[in-house]
Design a protein. Structure first.
Length: 82
């Protein structure tokens, strides 16, 4: 039987998994996290975990805006309003 906790855990992705699934470098994931484009849900030691749906939506939007020529600074402003 799947519990709510199991469902929550299945919607979590580690930084390492983001790197392999989305073909990003560790530095890119780290930078996106540092500037607020990706939000850490929780940490376990040095391992960061993210909400899978939020990562998917954020990276899709970032990719789209980068393709349109926006800088990360402007992408951050558009996505976060800061």
């Amino acid at each position: 039987m799947k519990t709510a906790n199991h469902k929550k855990q299945s919607n979590i992705i580690s930084a390492k998994d983001i790197i392999s699934k989305y073909y990003l470098s560790y530095q890119t994931v780290n930078h996106y996290t540092d500037i607020g484009l990706l939000s850490v849900e929780f940490k376990n030691g040095n391992v960061r975990f993210y909400d899978k749906d939020m990562v998917d939506a954020s990276l899709k939007k970032i990719k789209e805006l980068k393709r349109e020529g926006y800088s990360l600074r402007l992408i951050r402003k558009k996505l976060l309003g800061v």
